[in-house]
Design a protein around this ligand. Structure first.
Ligand code: SF4
Ligand code: FES
Length: 366
């Protein structure tokens, strides 16, 4: 019989949970879920060695363990620190953490262009979400940002190095999934950049997954670029009998048109199952797929807000954490003229205009 790992008790933001020894603080927080879970821009549970690069997951350990209750002297990266029995951790209940996270966001944005209005990742960008939650209004950075030319790194993928936060996720994905990595981080320090060596191209049959793991808009799908904003498309889950991958995907549709195909993602924004290039880039017809139904977008992001099957971000036990109940400050559906959940956007030909919403024409009331 296999021996079970001993269980350790850890308290994160006043919520106690038992987890197997060896669990990281981040994963223990994910087991609790909701707001007590620190954000993670580089850690990816499906990629070995990931984490420890971005520092967005910093937490305060106010009690090291039952045996040694001394607090840890500095904030620690929760994705790289394992829990000890009796450990007490503060995430959103720590002013130090919130202040440090603000600083981290400022650092991440130091060289990142503020081109959300034209970036394909807008609406599903982890950095955009992070800046809304933890960012400052302005920057103190006075120098020129790093500049790079856009680079075609293969038939399907474009690299905007200016947007890269050097999280290494795409490097680990290529390394661990395709077995034939053609790109990596070149140079050191401030000169570090993602690139292929000597103009090689990324064309392995699973390489498209680097687009899904990229937390920002640095790696984008050339078959979808500038075709539509993600919040105007309707995500549906679909599958096909694929000889190469599981064939379980998410289609981003407008009417009967499949604008893009991605892997399905979980509530942490991580790919549930890797998909092959054939499913991702070559199957853009409805007839290629068996549609299962609308996707359940479980993340707090613009794509969740604009989606009919929108599920609220679980405010897990928030009252226990900070002694307050969440308050709905504004229901966008009740005040917006162009965001009526009862109107089926997929029935609109082409881009939607304000006239499409006048008098609820689509409901037959106009
Ligand atoms: S290109 Fe994207 S996934 Fe790759 S290191 Fe940069 S930010 Fe990370
Ligand atoms: S997620 Fe922990 S350092 Fe990036």
């Amino acid at each position: 019989m296999s021996e079970q790992a001993p269980k350790f008790k850890v308290t994160i933001d006043n919520i106690t949970i038992e987890v197997p020894a060896g669990t990281t603080i981040l994963n223990a927080a994910r087991m609790i879920g909701g707001d007590v879970t620190p954000p993670a821009m580089c850690y990816y549970s499906k990629l070995k060695e990931s984490g420890g690069k971005c520092r967005t997951c910093l937490v305060e350990v106010s009690k090291g363990s039952e045996k040694d209750p001394r607090p840890m002297p500095k904030l620690v990266a929760s994705c790289r620190t394992t829990v000890m029995d009796g450990m007490e951790v503060k995430n959103i209940t720590s002013d130090k953490v919130l202040d440090a996270r603000k600083g981290i966001v400022e650092f991440l944005l130091m060289n990142h262009p503020l081109d959300c209005p034209v970036c394909d990742q807008a609406g599903e960008c982890d950095l955009q979400d992070l800046s809304y939650e933890h960012g400052s209004e302005g920057t103190r950075y006075e120098f020129d940002r790093r500049k790079f030319e856009k680079e075609d790194i293969g038939p399907y993928i474009q690299l905007h190095m200016t947007r890269c936060i050097l999280c290494y996720r795409c490097v680990f994905t290529a390394d661990q999934l395709t077995g034939k990595r053609e790109h990596g981080v070149l140079e050191r320090g401030d000169h570090s950049e993602i690139s292929t060596l000597l103009g090689k191209s990324l064309d392995n049959e699973f390489i498209g997954n680097v687009i899904d793991v990229c937390p920002v808009g640095a790696l984008t799908d050339k078959t979808f670029r500038f075709k539509n904003r993600v919040w105007f498309t309707k995500p549906v889950d679909a599958h096909r009998d694929c000889p190469t991958c599981s064939g379980k995907v998410r289609l981003w549709m407008r009417g009967d048109e499949v604008f893009r195909v991605t892997a399905r993602k979980d509530q942490w924004g991580e790919v549930e199952e890797w998909i092959c290039n054939d499913c991702r880039f070559h199957k853009k017809e409805v007839k290629d797929w068996v549609i299962e139904g609308p996707s359940h977008v479980r993340r707090s992001s613009v794509i969740a807000q604009g989606h009919y099957e929108h599920t609220q971000k679980p405010h897990v036990l928030i009252d226990k954490v900070i002694g307050k109940q969440p308050v709905l400050k504004m229901d966008i559906h009740s005040i917006s003229d162009v965001n009526k959940p009862e109107i089926d956007l997929s029935k609109i030909e082409g881009p939607a205009h304000s006239t499409d919403f006048e008098g609820n024409k689509l409901l037959g009331n106009g």
